[in-house]
Design a protein around this ligand. Structure first.
Ligand code: RAT
Ligand code: ZN
Length: 437
């Protein structure tokens, strides 16, 4: 409660009115540039990997899973269709015959709205004409500016032959796009990875004996030199254990952790995905499972010199992740991942993190696969972040401490870029992460 005498003493920049406070938080959250720390977006130099436009937006696997809930079209028939036929079907079922209420469907509406396109159109002609008329390089500039995303971190897999070839031919010249070295193919399907690496001339074997570990260290050293990643990353199943008795555990102990230490690279863990629950849905067929957060705690405890970024897919794991981060200051929780990226759950997780961790976490990453998704994922994320943050400042006000705009800007900047810069060892405070890629 602020008395009249206190109000007289109040410096002009203290925001003592709750409504004004909310408006200020909304405006700071809306305008502060963000580093998008995990995406599947690529710049045009990556060719077909750079997805953009209405047909890619509609072929998003989040929407593919949803369309099968409202159609009798068989999986086999769906996968025989061209990308354009699938987009037509998804548009008709989810946007013409139904109201696009779900988060992923509303996302397309938000994108169309940003471009002034009609989300009630009976077909895709207008949208296709519009996106076809855009120059891809200009579109990248426009989208990043509109979404106020200063930097994007891609997901880069050296075992993907198409991607590897792009890197061998010079890689990525766009300094707004940064790399993360994704280790899923190496760690989650070692026998297959061993076959690919052996075919490339590496002396590796599935039993991980002989020169295998040394060869893998050399392989990663070379790719780190070439890609200059900001971090190493892996997604892990719900039943991930640490330690464990399998090839992945040996690879983590003998290859990944020593590499992270040698190159001073953070390690990103995305835990709780159950791959291929319905394989006929392909990329749309993955599910979620509750994981064991104590595995992450052990990793953090045994490797205090490694900085971990972690996100869990199950709602049930979110509180434990916050508590783990209170115990280990080499652990940075990030993002409301995939099935959690819905306003109701994301708002709950963000409030919980603010209450348990203050500003010492990274509230969201987009996980965008299609360029224009950056627009809706960040528009929607800024809404739930502003709501949760407004509540925190309002509670503080009720407790007797008003915030200033400067303080709000400091806190939001820390969560939108500062925490990540610190984690990946980038000291620069300019929007571009200078000198890293
Ligand atoms: O969120 C997604 O789009 C998932 O399909 C995955 O890409 C996940 O984010 C991952 O990086 O494995
Ligand atoms: Zn992802």
């Amino acid at each position: 409660m602020i008395t009249e005498t206190e109000a007289q003493r109040t410096p002009a920049d203290l925001i003592t009115d709750a409504k004004e406070l909310r408006q200020q938080v909304q405006s700071v959250v809306r305008d502060t540039p963000v580093i998008d720390i995990h995406t599947h977006v690529f710049p045009p130099v990556f060719g077909d990997m750079c997805l953009s436009g209405i047909d890619d937006l509609l072929n998003y696997h989040y929407l593919i899973a949803e369309v099968f809930r409202s159609t009798d079209v068989s999986y086999a028939c769906f996968w025989k269709m061209s990308k354009f036929e699938r987009a037509d079907l998804i548009w008709r079922i989810l946007f013409v015959e139904n109201t696009p209420i779900s988060e992923a469907a509303r996302g397309v509406v938000s994108v169309l709205d940003e471009f002034g396109l009609d989300s009630r159109a009976q077909n895709l002609k207008e949208a296709r004409d519009f996106f076809n008329s855009r120059n891809l390089l200009d579109q990248v500039d426009w989208v990043l500016e509109t979404a106020r995303v200063s930097d994007v971190v891609m997901t880069n897999d050296p075992l993907d032959e198409i991607e590897a070839e792009i890197w061998r031919n010079g890689g990525n010249p766009d300094r707004r796009f940064h790399t993360s070295l994704r280790l899923d193919s190496l760690l989650n399907d070692w026998p297959d990875a061993a076959r690919i690496l052996a075919s490339q001339g590496l002396h590796v074997n599935t039993g991980l004996s002989g020169s295998t570990i040394a060869e893998l260290r050399r392989f990663l050293d070379n790719w780190i030199k070439r890609m200059r990643p900001l971090y190493l990353a892996i997604s892990l199943p719900a039943d991930f254990k640490f330690p464990d008795e399998n090839a992945r555990d040996r690879l983590i102990h003998e290859v990944v952790l020593p590499t992270a230490k040698q190159h001073d690279l953070a390690l990103t863990l995305m835990v709780g995905v159950r791959r291929g629950v319905n394989p006929t849905l392909r990329a749309a067929g993955d599910g979620v499972g509750k994981a064991d957060v104590t595995a992450l705690e052990r990793l953090c405890a045994e490797n205090p010199e490694v900085r971990f970024l972690a996100t869990f897919l199950a709602r049930e794991n979110q509180h434990e992740l916050c508590v783990a981060a209170r115990k280990f200051n080499n652990l940075m929780p990030f993002g409301c991942w995939w099935f959690l990226n819905n306003p109701s759950i994301a708002a709950e997780i963000t409030r919980e993190r603010l209450e348990l961790l203050g500003p010492t976490f990274i509230p969201q990453h987009s996980d965008a696969s299609v360029l224009e998704q950056l627009i809706y994922k960040w528009r929607h994320a800024r809404e739930f972040i502003a709501d949760a943050l407004s509540e925190s400042y309002e509670k503080l006000l009720k407790s007797g401490r008003a915030a200033t705009r400067e303080e709000i800007e400091r806190d939001v900047t820390r969560m939108f870029s500062g925490n990540f810069r610190e984690w990946v060892g980038v000291k620069s405070s300019v929007a571009r992460i200078e000198g890293v890629s």
